[in-house]
Design a protein around this ligand. Sequence first.
Ligand code: KIV
Length: 286
Amino acid sequence: MATKLPTTDIRIGPELIRRRKGGIPLVCLTAYTYPVARLLDPHVDLLLVGDSVAMVLHGHETTLGASLDMMIAHGQAVMRGSARACVVVDMPAGSYEVSAALAVASARRIVDETGCQAVKLEGGVDIAGQIAAIVAAGIPVMGHIGLLPQSVEKDGGYKIKGRTDETVAALMADARAVEKAGAFSVVIEGTIEAVAADITRRIAIPTIGIGASGDCDGQILVIDDMVGLTVDRVPKFVKEYADLRRVIAHAAERYAAEVRERTFPGPNHVFSGSKASSDSNDGDEP
Ligand code: KIV
C-alpha cells in the first residue's frame, strides 16, 4: 500500500546544494528508515542513505556488509518519508569499482528503483572515470574522500588522513579529481582539520565534513550517533545531541515491570464495549 507523503514546499536538488558553496552551512544527516526520514526532513538540506546502514541497523562489522538490494530498500523507505530534503543513496562496495559500465548500471538501478536525487561513491583519482560516466548518464554524484570506510580492510583500520605531506597531496588530488569529474559536492571524512579547510577553500563544489573541519561548507553525522542510539563505539568526532540509549532502556524497563505486575494493559488499552450484533470495526478503530 502506498504511504501518504508529508506535505512540502519544493524538493532541494543537487544543483541547489552545489550553489550553496560558501553560503549558509549545509545541514546533512544519514537516514535509513521511513519514520526517521519523516522526523528529519523538515530540518535538513540533505539526507544520506549511507552504507553505514549495514553497521548501524544490520549489525555488520563494517560497511562492506551493505549490498545494492539493501541500499535500494532503505532508499525507498527514506524517499517515502521525505519530501523536501535532497536524498542521496550510497553505492555499496562492489557496485562500481571495476568499471564505468558497472558503476552506471548500479547507479541507474538505485535512481530508478528509489527515485532518489543522487548517488555517492567513495574514492578520488581512482574512481574519477566512474564518477564522470555516472554524471554523463544524467545522474548527479556526491564524492567521498579522506577516510574511506569501504577501504577499512585495505587500510588496516580507520586511519585519519592528511598527517604527512604525501597524504595531504593525495587528498588534494582526490578532491580536484572528484570536482573535475562533475560531482556536485564531496564528503570529506576523517582528515586533519587544516587540510579539510584548505581543500574547502581550493575547490568550487561544497565540502561536507565529518571528522573534518568547521570550515567545510556543511556537516554530516550518522543519525544514530547524533541521537545517542549507537550501542557500539562512538567516534571522537561525534557530538551526541540526545541520549536515546537511556530513553529506550528506561521505557523497556518500565514496560517489563508493568507487564509482570499486570498493570499493563490498563483500562485505556483494552476494548471493553458491550456485545454487538457483528464483529465489524465500525467506530471502534484499534
Ligand atoms: O555511510 C555513511 O554514513 C557515510 C557518512 C559517514 C558520510 O558515508
